[in-house]
Write a protein that binds this ligand. Sequence first.
Ligand SMILES: Cc1cc2nc3c(=O)[nH]c(=O)nc-3n(C[C@H](O)[C@H](O)[C@H](O)COP(=O)(O)O)c2cc1C
Length: 211
Amino acid sequence: MNFRKKIAGLLLMMTTALMLSLSAGAQEMITEEETSAGSSDILVVFFSRAGENWEVGYIEKGNTQIVAEMLADKLGADLLRIETVMDYPVSYDEMLDVATQQREDNERPELKELPINPEDYQTIFLGYPIWWGGLPMPIYTLLESYDFSGKTIYPFNTHGGSGVAGTDQEIAKIIPDAEVKDGFAITGKTAQNDPDKAKEQVTAYLKEIGF
Ligand SMILES: Cc1cc2nc3c(=O)[nH]c(=O)nc-3n(C[C@H](O)[C@H](O)[C@H](O)COP(=O)(O)O)c2cc1C
């Protein structure tokens, strides 16, 4: 093989490798829109529901998801959304009934398989909305499905006026072998409609807890 052919072959190989890695990157961006894995030892895991909700009308992205994304962004953390196999209703009124029923039945709604394992992280920010003054039942499913012993958990939530509502203490009861920190609460309306204010609150919270 003469020198020119060798150079041409080498260039072709390099271009192909570059194209392959670019297309792999693009695929990652598509499939991991709400879940980013592998780059951090901090995980932000959240449950959140789009649809019709208290004080915000119909929303495309859940209030808690907005806060979760802000936290993950500021922390450089991985982001993981938990979803149930069953679909929650879009209608707020119907949603209230379903949540009441699940709470009364002490149900553990089945979760879709998670693309990353929360057990791989030492520091976990756990986000959820307040439902009927407490944790949504899918959070019980999550906490009972994985081993959180020895991990540090930072609970955060969005709400319509109830604040943390003792959910940090409830989490500590479910996973007694984890170190569960005080909860951080932000109203759903602020998260949804006033991103600047929400970001300020998120930044102040992270500063307070030393991040
Ligand atoms: C079924 C249900 C029950 C709720 N119960 C409460 C409550 O007890 N206290 C409260 O402050 N907000 C309550 N809310 C309002 C939500 O906590 C609030 O809208 C939250 O931001 C929703 O977060 P998401 O969009 O991430 O699901 C309730 C909402 C729903 C759908």
